[in-house]
Design a protein around this ligand. Sequence first.
Ligand SMILES: [Zn+2]
Length: 218
Amino acid sequence: MSPAIPSRPQSIALIGGHRALDLVNTVSWRHDPDQWRENLAVPLDLLTWAHRASVLHEPHLTAIRLATAEDPKLAAGVLRRVHELREQLYLHLADCIDDPDREHQIVEGSPLHRAFADAVTASKLAGTPARWTLDARVPFDIPRVLALHALDLVQTMPLDSLRRCDDDGCGWLFLDTTRNHSRRWCSSGDCGNRDRARRHYARSQKTTRRDASASGSQ
Ligand SMILES: [Zn+2]
């Protein structure tokens, strides 16, 4: 087995346009087994990313870090729950993208439904318009806060704006907010650049082949 590619929770881009999509995008190269990378590989990765993504705020960060450091079993359980939420959410969103004409029900008792119900039970309604809100104070609040983001996404997302990066291996999701819905890449500087380089290479190979066959015929 090849060694795991190191995670990058401190630098992975937050470009989904919604925090729940940024969560889904904590897996890099989801559809490319050679480059696949888990950016939330250990509990500390989760805390680092959650703090960066404003899921976990400063006053409670230290207490949660201590609690997870003192109880590795608890920390592993929290991380597992985040992974489960993320993967269930990805499956649901991928279904919505791949089969946009069908209704995609989140049925009662399904893992996503259970995660939403657990998160709502621990939250309070606040603000105008009212939203379910929760400040993460204990480790298991992290998956709950993320579930509230996921719930917000599935309740409010404009389906025609939800996109998957056009790169075959990437698998990142984002909301396309361009006026003519023309965004193809998670990042034009990353997957977009790679595609431009690939097309440039293909063009130059074609020219080289054409030149070679032309000189061969002379
Ligand atoms: Zn991409």
